[in-house]
Design a protein around this ligand. Sequence first.
Ligand SMILES: [Zn+2]
Length: 257
Amino acid sequence: MSEKVILVLVDGMRPDGMLACGHPFVKTLLENSTYSLDAQTVWPSMTLPCHTSLFYGVEPIFHGITTNTFTFLPKPIPSLFDQLERHKKKCAMFYTWEELRDMCRPGALHHSTLVNIYTNEHSDTKVTDEAIPYIQKEQPDFLFLYMGEVDTYGGHDFGWMGKEYLAYIHGAIANIERVYNALPEGYTLIVMADHGGHDRYHGHNIPEDMTIPVVFCGPKFEQNKAISSISIKDIAPTVAKLLDAPAAKEWEGTSLI
Ligand SMILES: [Zn+2]
């Protein structure tokens, strides 16, 4: 039977930051999951290039998005949302950074909610507040929940791995715990980041910026198991496989199941 998937992405969350944030749910989540604390994102390690590789399944050299401004792809590739919609899956996106609206074509989403990070205080909590009742009422096949405060306010304002940055991760993990506790039967929860960071920046090809956590919690994944050698490009084929949909032929990654 096909699974349903909630993918939660915490922008700029380093794996060592997740471990150091002090929230007890991190331990609970890892004990119940197959996870990688050394997964690799793509370069340039910036939000829109990394999300485009996450959802369109290819390196930036092929999708052409190398800054935080979206341009049309040089060659059309179905994104994960597009591919799932083609196979009659119900998809939704709850997000706080409007640039991510281009991660699928019009018509691919059953629902989307933007809680703009620049015009809403506590946008991570508010967007989670919006997503939870939708998950419970609509039971989508695939839902993407994006939180941006760790990067924008924790990392860029105060510096990666500082106490303020870790406090923002603590807040994001509290939201993830609420999602976890609200999940109906049959859901896989994936928790990950798009990139890391160092000082008050990211974008470089260095381990601090390129290493991300990826956590898979669900019936198809062993519990308390650390794995290695994962790429952000493996997520789209993995989610498609969980939902019994074929991977797009252009996608470069490999399903983990
Ligand atoms: Zn950033």
